[in-house]
Write a protein that binds this ligand. Structure first.
Ligand code: ADP
Ligand code: MG
Length: 250
């Protein structure tokens, strides 16, 4: 099945280029270097994992990619243009799903469209996004009625409702129990196979990176430097054009 939500775009995902990106925070007047000259390239439609120890600077790097912060040095580009501000074509899903408790699932997902003034014209996308993450039937539920995994699916739907070209995943399965995590790892890949986004996943879990990503970039302790880059020949089957592509089913 090719999702309706994905059919708006002919191009599958967007590219991402980092050139010598460094970042420091100011800690009581002292610079705290967090990222040290990170250069990398992500191709259209790739699923790349950034693997690194806790506190090494992974979330900081993702915030720069999302345009939520600007680097101390170096540049970040997508499709050849400098990343300067947040944009709905690049969305982050955080470890904590942060749903509004007083809004239904439908209404939480609608927020993504509302912010862009697209709710009236594109409301059908909400159903599409809920279907993509397997939450049809929970549209009218409130966050407190959802399990952790379902809440994270709702957060994914909210990210997907704008049909992003780059989906940035900051340890999105980190708070889930291990059975839910395993189920959702398969779902994430299936989602990626059926959609039009490039995926950049941050994790400190080696197994998760090996399971999901076609390429793994390994970061050092803080300040994060690229230690190694691994092409993973045997993750889940990777893309529709791949001869090994198999549709995953729930
Ligand atoms: P990771 O996601 O890999 O666990 P982070 O990117 O969250 O790591 O943090 C890297 C380092 O930067 C940590 O030492 C953290 O305390 C520090 N840090 C993160 N955000 C800020 C901030 N806004 N101000 C000061 N220090 C920060
Ligand atoms: Mg983090």
């Amino acid at each position: 099945m090719v999702a309706a939500i994905a059919s708006d775009y002919a191009v599958r995902g967007s590219t991402l280029t980092l050139r010598e990106v460094s970042h420091s925070f100011d800690l009581e007047g002292q610079p705290l270097p967090v990222l040290d000259r990170i250069s990398m390239q992500v191709g259209r439609g790739e699923f790349v994992a950034l693997l690194g120890p806790s506190g090494c600077g992974k979330s900081t790097l993702l915030r720069l990619v999302a345009g939520l912060d600007t680097p101390t040095a170096g540049s970040l580009l997508t499709e050849g243009s400098e990343i300067e501000a947040p944009d709905p074509s690049r969305v982050v899903v955080f470890q904590d799903p942060t749903l509004y408790p007083w809004r239904t699932v439908w209404s939480n997902v609608a927020l993504g469209l509302e912010a862009r003034g697209l709710l009236r014209t594109h409301r059908g996308r909400i159903e599409d996004a809920l279907r993509l993450v397997g939450l049809t039937g929970f549209a009218h539920a409130y966050p407190h009625q959802l399990s952790g995994g379902m809440a994270q699916r709702a957060a994914l739907a909210r990210a997907l409702v704008n049909d992003p070209k780059l989906l940035i995943l900051d340890e999105p399965l980190g708070q889930l129990d291990s059975l839910t995590r395993i189920a959702m790892q398969a779902e994430l890949v299936s989602l990626w196979q059926r959609s039009n986004f490039t995926a950049l996943l941050v994790t400190h879990d080696v197994e998760e990176a090996l399971l999901l990503a076609g390429r793994i970039i390994v970061l050092s302790e803080r300040p994060a430097r690229i230690k190694a880059e691994v092409v993973n020949s045997q993750p889940y089957p990777r893309h529709r054009g791949d001869p090994h592509f198999v549709e995953l089913r729930r």
